[in-house]
Design a protein around this ligand. Sequence first.
Ligand code: C2O
Ligand code: CU
Length: 495
Amino acid sequence: MSRSDLRRGEVLRRAVALVALAAALGLAAFGWWSSRLGEYSVMAMGHDAAHAAHGGAGAGGVSVTSLTADPARRADVKVELVARSGTVEIPGGRSVEGYTVNGTSPGPTIRARQGQLVEVTFVNESVRDGATLHWHGVDVPNAADGVAGITQDAVPVGGRYVYRFVVKDAGTYWYHSHQVSHEQVERGLFGALVVSPPAAPAAPGSRSPVDVVALLHVYAGQHTLGGRAEDERVVATPGQPVRIRVVNTDQGTATVWSSVPYRVAAVDGHDVVGPTEVVDRSVLVPAGGRVDLMVTTPADGSAARVHVGGARSVILGPAAAAAPGPVAQPREVLDLLDYGRPAPLGFDPSHPDKTFDYTIGRRIGLIDGRPGVFWTVNGRLFPDVPMFHVREGDVVVMRLTNNSDEVHPMHLHGHHVVVLSRNSVAAQGSPWWVDTLDVRPGETYEVAFVADNPGIWSDHCHTLPHAVDGLVAHVMYDGVTTPFTINGAAGNQPE
Ligand code: C2O
Ligand code: CU
């Protein structure tokens, strides 16, 4: 080859490379541009994911705004909650910049009795991005679900929103903002909600249990219980039962264990049937989940220690008793798949009307113009994820499979699901009802629920940074519509 041939070859190669580069850039730009979401309605998302055929939306349609508690019924419990941005004081630690509810984080614990109508007036005094309240684990009517862009607009600074719902199930719940939730929840916009059973006359001679909320959160690296970076002292007399309501508002699984035997009395606001005594085992509480433990204060006048999440403990016993030292974390974990006694579910999941797959993976891509490694649902990137269409009354089975290498606490709004099996091993204990379920790498859970609460319901991972990175899908009832949009003038950003 002559020199000029060489040069010509070089020029040609460069030209080809340039064209290829331009094409690649063009493609990337197009990909970026087309991945940008702009304003959108959740109703336009995804595709039908049912294995069974469905009838499609009926004529007309019901707006989420009309799915409310009986407007004529008077409220039994009325609360005003005011959200502010500012300094969060952390007793025992250093204060952080974040959000408070009525001046503190966590906000006040709301207490109600089963069957009561709770009415919360939420006021946003100074949360710049707007805020909402979602009632995590309470199967509220859709209009009270608090998801910005789906069930309401984010409440702007100076605005208010009234949430009304009947608390049908006794148990331990919590509330938190569902606007820019990965940031607002992490920085303090939440609190606990405790629903007690209808008052029963105390049995003669019985000692009523001490009731403790052990709400766990990490503020800028500081592990806290009830907003304090220190152990929680609970005064109880020797032999007295104590109910410890562990609420995990943090982003990862919490491990709980105790120096004395305990029973798991309830999970996610549902009582365990026939809970037996647990010794030498930890119990795991998913991010967003709750577990109620029953422990008995030692009869000999000493104190007991319940480790909540590794860094903090609840110490219970007489005021004068010394706090016992830490106890080693048990190697074994209590498996709720075969804990307690079987009991009727109240419905038959063996012939479901709908069966859905919710398979979690991960890949490189673009979401809303943002490149990254994102979570996928059934192989697809948000918002092109499946839409789980149901009809009121459907029995629904969902298969949650985790093909990624991180745990995902999967949370369905508006419903409790019962675990049928894990990795094809059928549940054998008490019905295991959850609203938040840790699905570990390689696991498949089959869960079932009855579609008995019409609306549009988020079904997402409660490690909230995962939700922002695409781990969100929805259960949508046929015929239900929403007037709200995401990314529009109201600035709704639920995740
Ligand atoms: Cu506790 Cu959709 O959230
Ligand atoms: Cu996750």
